[in-house]
Design a protein around this ligand. Structure first.
Ligand code: NAD
Length: 421
């Protein structure tokens, strides 16, 4: 099929590249000329395992990046909207990028003739948004197009694998020809396809992320209690997760969730609930617990070391999770300033997120070129992201370790403290 993808971020570039790898002809559109140039030179603007290889393989033949939305949309039969939906100050979802993408699509479809063209919203959007997108497109004079809502469930760091081998596909649509064509596009996978209406598809994405975030905050709360009782919460959650009703995933206690999705989507769902006169108690508690969780590691360090004034502390892991360079809502953004406020000298290292981290943390930290130089001379080491290379026990000889992710297989006490075990 001929596909255009609006937005070449984590979702759009992975979607476009994987669809090209699967034999489709794909145009990836962005307004950011730097990203378009990078992609067309075979370089991925984001770090995502396996993505650059697929990009290089398909570039120029089945895959092209462009600033020219007009010809890309005009030359395709399905257009995905994969632009960002950042949070507003009140937790609401800022839909300006989605709306401006819809306007552009409307203008192009009105000229080319929209009959049989599908616009599929992949961005995470509040219920009712896809209908609004259709209205914007129609208002430009386009007629006969179909609208679909096709939420994306990929995990950063495993995005290519998740796109190629999804657990499930959700297709929201009001018309059978639209869901039929979307199912044809996804015929490469054996995953079950759930067909629902547009609003239900939109809500499935929020509810899925909210449940995963709830599992993490729940594990953290149990972990905080376990820490006081001298119990390892990982042993507890192993036992809990063995129950077939529970599933063992997303029960890893630690310094809390971050990233571009969970915090934003839970806050957005809280806002959506309030607009309907509902006060969401569970969701509020999930966020409240998560906001305090990173600073528990700093509290532990103060308890163990006394004043942090003038102490040299290595911070390993800046991205919100391993295998990504994404710094959005990363716990490091709370922990490093808090360490600085306590008078500590921070030397930070991350295998992929250093450039993005420097933009956000600036002079709050010094930056080491590799993990060994980061820990050299440090009195204490904070582990914030579970990168594989941080599992090397020899890095920590003679150091006081504060582990936020249970990366080392140790019990708390002496030179090792886990945040909730
Ligand atoms: P991102 O910020 O990485 O990328 C968005 C891209 O859209 C940027 O490159 C931006 O320049 C581009 N853009 C903005 N307006 C545009 C326009 N009018 N035309 C063309 N390009 C435009 O965002 P992301 O992380 O890929 O997320 C995109 C959406 O998918 C969000 O709604 C997010 O909630 C959702 N989502 C993200 C993930 C994830 O893991 N990142 C997973 C599932 C769903």
């Amino acid at each position: 099929m001929k596909i255009s993808v609006v937005g070449t971020g984590y979702v759009g570039l992975v979607t476009g590249t994987c669809l090209a790898e699967l034999g489709n002809e794909v145009y990836c559109i962005d307004i950011d000329s730097r990203k378009v140039e990078l992609i067309n030179s075979g370089k991925s603007p984001i770090y995502e395992p396996g993505l650059e290889e697929l990009l290089e393989k398909n570039l120029g033949s089945r895959l092209n990046a462009t600033l020219d939305a007009h010809s890309a949309i005009a030359n395709s039969e399905i257009t995905f909207i994969c632009v960002g939906t950042p949070p507003g100050d009140d937790g609401s979802t800022d839909l300006k990028y989605v709306e401006s993408a819809a306007e552009k699509i409307g203008e192009v479809l009105a000229k080319k003739g929209a009959e049989g063209h599908i616009v599929a919203v992949k961005s995470t959007v509040p219920p009712g948004t896809s209908e609004k997108v259709a209205e914007i497109i129609s208002s430009k004079g386009a007629k006969g197009f179909g609208i679909a809502m096709n939420p994306e469930f990929l995990r950063e760091g495993k995005a290519v694998e998740d796109f190629m081998k999804p657990d499930r596909i959700v297709v929201g649509a009001a018309e059978e020809w639209v869901s039929g064509k979307m199912k044809e596009l996804y015929s490469f996978t054996d995953a079950p396809i759930l067909e629902v209406d547009l609003k239900t598809a939109e809500m499935i994405k929020y509810a899925s992320n909210a449940l995963l975030a709830t599992k993490i905050s729940f594990a953290n709360e149990i972990g905080n209690i376990c820490k006081k009782l001298g119990i390892d919460v990982y042993d507890v959650m192993k036992g809990v997760g063995m129950d077939a009703r529970t599933s063992p995933h997303f029960l890893d206690a630690g310094i809390g969730f971050g990233g571009s999705c969970f915090p934003k989507d839970v806050k957005s769902l809280i806002h959506i609930a309030r607009t309907q006169g509902e006060e969401p108690k569970v969701l509020k508690a999930v966020m409240h617990l998560n906001e305090g969780q990173p600073l528990r590691l700093v509290g532990l360090a103060k308890k163990k070391l006394g004043s942090l004034q003038g102490k040299k502390i290595a911070v390993l892991g800046l991205a919100f999770k391993p295998e990504t360079d994404d710094m959005r809502e990363a716990p490091s953004l709370k922990i490093i300033p808090a360490l600085r406020d306590e008078g500590a000298e921070v030397i930070a290292y991350d295998p992929e997120a250093m450039e993005n981290a420097k933009k956000l943390l600036g002079e709050k930290a010094k930056y080491a070129p590799d993990v060994k130089s980061a820990v050299e001379g440090a009195e204490a080491v904070f582990i914030l992201t579970e990168w594989q290379q941080f599992r090397d026990e020899s890095l920590y000889e003679g150091k006081q370790v504060f582990d936020g992710r249970k990366i080392l297989n140790r019990k708390s006490g002496g030179s090792y403290e886990g945040v909730c075990w």
